[in-house]
Design a protein around this ligand. Sequence first.
Ligand SMILES: *Cc1c(COP(=O)(O)O)cnc(C)c1O
Length: 463
Amino acid sequence: MNDHEVLARAAAHAQRYLDRLNERPVGATVTADALRQRLGGPLPAESSDAADVIDALVADTEGGLLASTGGRFFGWVIGGALPVALAADWLTSTWDQNAASVACSPAEAVIEEICGTWLKALLGLPATASYAFVTGCQMAHTTALAAARHKLLAERGVDVERQGLAGAPPLRLLMSENRHESIPRSARLLGIGTDAITLLPVDGDGALELDALAAALRESDRPTAVCLQAGDLNTGAFDAFNEACDLAHAAGAWVHVDGAFGLWAATSERHRHFVAGVERADSWATDGHKWLNLPFDNGFVFVADPEAHRAVFTMETSYSAASRGAREQRDWTPEWSRRGRAVSCYAAIRALGRTGIGEMVARCCDHATQLVDGLAALPGVEVLARPRINQGLVRFLDRDGVHDARTDATIAAIQASGVAWFGGTTWRGKRAMRISVCNWRTTDDDVRRTLDAVAQIVKRNAE
Ligand SMILES: *Cc1c(COP(=O)(O)O)cnc(C)c1O
């Protein structure tokens, strides 16, 4: 099979995809059934030409991809891919190294070490914290809470990695009612269970109520982890890290921070104050594939007590080469074999630098504010949350008072227009449209085009 022809074909397709990104409909234009028809069929019995397979892949997926890597995708919290990170990702797949161990790829092991150090400096986390590169924030939570489980139970004489949870005192997790569902999922996976979770109320700004936290901490001496948020999924709210860490640590609790995207506020001078005190937590989970604009499969976890982190994952095998003094990546991750996902992180940080990353983050925040303020100027639009960082909420009011239905219908109409893409949410009992900006590509022109499209839909509604 000829390397050159098939790779050249893929590179040309990729370039064409990006060239047309700004013009293609942002949402999908074909159904999953149509895609099954095109892509499916019986198991291929015979071989096919590799370049033909690549051509067919491009033709058959047409209309089934969301232009989420483009500048007018504002759904969920999905970043794009910086060209330098995408290019480095191509190399990562080309080199096809196993990033589990120094012996398998000294270069990728060293790149991870450097990225670990750089990321801690960028995010304002303790230089002594351990780190790991995982698939996303979900696995970052799982890794961090496994370290918490180790430490909290070791303090009570239980070696959980050896003895398991049977017979151990039950753990307890405290978090706000605005938590991301990935945290309860980690609790399920780790044998902590969702019954161990107590949801605490938030104040008017969406931050965990400190009185409620203090009362919950007093209520029980069960081993406890407190999960705080840097950037909640609807409004980007931040918890009061200094005060919450004071309370939790005085009670002997572990503090974990879900900073999937919000931790990146630390990189922007104007937004850094939101994460004041976050460095006092015990573990942090965040994503590279959101606000750092790396391709997917890039989550980062940091643990203030490296021994608690390493105790969960370290291992010896008969066939692993001893790498004296070097950091073995698989000693810190749930995965064994895996791709060198830190390579794209390295390329992005080198290309943008601290200043460039801070500017990208601040620019996204400004565009989110422009979008929400622009929407607010349209008739029948109510702002539920003006962005403090990159997340905002609006809803669309209906003459007959069915605002939830009007909001969902307007979101659907915007998606169908192909000009921009927003998602819906339910916030404090009301249907709302979420505005999320975390793509490096979004420009002032994208904001204008989006606002024009929404204005037309709102006008049509009023007629
Ligand atoms: C996206 C997100 C997660 C989950 O991250 P993945 O990278 O999808 O695993 C967790 N918490 C918050 C606040 C998020 O926005």
